[in-house]
Design a protein around this ligand. Structure first.
Ligand SMILES: C[S@@+](CC[C@H](N)C(=O)[O-])C[C@H]1O[C@@H](n2cnc3c(N)ncnc32)[C@H](O)[C@@H]1O
Length: 187
C-alpha cells in the first residue's frame, strides 16, 4: 500500500506548507538544483505529479510555456494557484486519471516514495503510453521517508519500468539525488 489519502489530508490539516518549502533554505536550494538539472532551456508543456503548494512550479514555470500540477490535496492546490496563477493545477489522487496534455517534461519531485510498487509500475506505464518521449526528472530524498517505501527503492522500481528512458544521476548530495531520464528522441 502507498501512502493513503487520509494520511496526506492529515499532513495538510493545519497548513498549506507541511514541509516548509517557502521558508526552508534547503528546499529552496534543492528547487534551484532541480532547475539546473534540466537538459533544456525551455519546454512546451510540463507536468508535475504531487505538486504540493506550487513552490517548485514557481521555480520552473517561466521556462515552460505551459505548466500543469496535480496533487491529491485541495489545500495544497489553493496555495499553488495563488503562488503560480498562470499554471494549471488539478486535483487527483494517483493511481487515477492523469490530466490531458502534450507534455514534454515530467517532474516527479519527492513523490515516487508515496506510491507503492504497483502504483510506480502503473505510472511508468501511463508515461510510456502517453508521453513516451518526455524528459523525466526525479528528485528523491535519501533519508528515511516514514513511508512504506524508501526513496532509492521507489526510484529503482520506477526507472526499471521505463526501459526506453536512459536515467542518469545528475546531482547527488547527502540528502537527495536528482535523476534525469531521456529517450533517444528527447535527448
Ligand atoms: C513531499 S511533497 C513534494 C511537493 C513538490 N513536488 C516538491 O518537490 O516540492 C509530496 C506531494 O505529493 C502529494 N502526493 C503524495 N501522494 C500522492 C498521490 N498518490 N497522488 C497525488 N498526490 C500525491 C502530496 O499531497 C504532497 O503535496
Amino acid at each position: 500500500m502507498g501512502v493513503g489519502l487520509d494520511h496526506l489530508q492529515g499532513l495538510y490539516a493545519d497548513t498549506s506548507d507541511p514541509w516548509g518549502f517557502a521558508e526552508s533554505a534547503y528546499e529552496q536550494s534543492k528547487f534551484a538544483a532541480t532547475r539546473t538539472a534540466l537538459s533544456k532551456s525551455g519546454y512546451r508543456s510540463a507536468f508535475e505529479l504531487g505538486c504540493g503548494n506550487g513552490e517548485l512550479a514557481a521555480h520552473l514555470s517561466d521556462i515552460c510555456a505551459r505548466y500543469t500540477g496535480m496533487d491529491a490535496i485541495a489545500t495544497a492546490l489553493r496555495a499553488a494557484r495563488e503562488r503560480v496563477p498562470d499554471a494549471r493545477f488539478v486535483q487527483g489522487f494517483y493511481p487515477g486519471p492523469l490530466p490531458e496534455g502534450d507534455f514534454d517534461l515530467l517532474i516527479l519531485s519527492e513523490v515516487l516514495y508515496f506510491l507503492d510498487p504497483a502504483g510506480l509500475t502503473q505510472l511508468a506505464q501511463d508515461i510510456s503510453t502517453r508521453w513516451g518521449d518526455a524528459e523525466i526528472l526525479c528528485v528523491t530524498w535519501l533519508g528515511p521517508t516514514g513511508n512504506p517505501l524508501q526513496g532509492k527503492e521507489a526510484l529503482r522500481i520506477f526507472t526499471a519500468a521505463l526501459p526506453d528512458h536512459a536515467f542518469t544521476c545528475v546531482t547527488k548530495t547527502e540528502d537527495y539525488r536528482i535523476d534525469r531520464g531521456l529517450t533517444e528522441v528527447s535527448q
